[in-house]
Ligand binder design. Structure first.
Ligand code: C2G
Length: 129
């Protein structure tokens, strides 16, 4: 089964890694759409700490990842799912319910987020040092 997932993966951390490892185990082939810098700005109102080229390089280097592309728009999920022939979309459960409308195209699976770690929390820790 081919899995697809999406994310920014800024300041890559173990919560990201665990999500990707579990996504890969759910299928056997994992494609990752990494949010472009522009998309991140639109979503979060700030530039990511690490740019899209570096974020893609990190994701591509992981043993659990087979394929990487830049996600240019949240609205293109259907096109990406078709292009990468995904049988299932996997996302963390902070997105619970948000992609249910894609269930006519592929399976939609939400996995529990890893508690107590996030890019936002890391930025806050560094800022308070
Ligand atoms: N994640 C997790 N545990 C954490 C932090 C993140 O499981 N402690 C998961 C998220 O649920 C998501 C993935 O890691 O599935 C990537 O997280 P982000 O980089 O925060 O992704 P986001 O900015 O939410 O982008 O089109 C959808 C978006 O591109 C998702």
């Amino acid at each position: 089964m081919r899995i697809i997932t999406f994310g920014t993966f800024d300041m890559f951390h173990v919560g990201h890694l665990r999500l990707l490892e579990r996504a890969r185990r759910a299928g056997g082939h994992l494609t990752v759409g990494v949010s472009s810098d522009q998309l991140n700005y639109t979503k979060k109102g700030r530039n990511p700490i690490c740019n899209e080229v570096d974020r893609c390089r990190i994701i591509k280097a992981l043993a659990c990842v087979d394929e990487v592309f830049v996600e240019e728009s949240l609205e293109l999920k259907r096109e990406y799912i078709r292009r990468y022939q995904a049988d299932a979309l996997v996302m963390g459960d902070d997105w619970q319910g948000k992609f249910d409308d894609l269930a006519d195209l592929c399976q939609v699976i939400y996995l529990p987020r890893t508690p107590s770690i996030s890019t936002t929390a890391l930025i806050e820790v560094v800022q308070s040092m």
